[in-house]
Write a protein that binds this ligand. Sequence first.
Ligand SMILES: [Zn+2]
Length: 109
Amino acid sequence: MAVINCPGCKKKISDKAKSCNHCNLDLSELDSDQLANLNRVSVINKTQRLMNFSFIAMLFFCGGFLFMFRDNIAPGTWQHNLAMASTFIGFFMYIIIRAMLLLTKRKAS
Ligand SMILES: [Zn+2]
């Protein structure tokens, strides 16, 4: 008996189980086509989630960047530091998320 990941909810189940005991997905009626389909859907969902995160990262980056040059905020004040931190965090988040997106797409194809 081996442990596999349920194609529906990705939780660990026995490969002998006829249905997933987490999401009740009927495994006995799944053929390879449907399995491929479920995998594709999960990749799309993951990609969508990463896209949302990259959007948030962009907001951090742009927001921090704009804030830094707005209202003549002097360097050294906490507002300026906060804006700078937001810009850097947004920038690095964005890079990391783009890399994760690339990896997800490469694994899927
Ligand atoms: Zn499941």
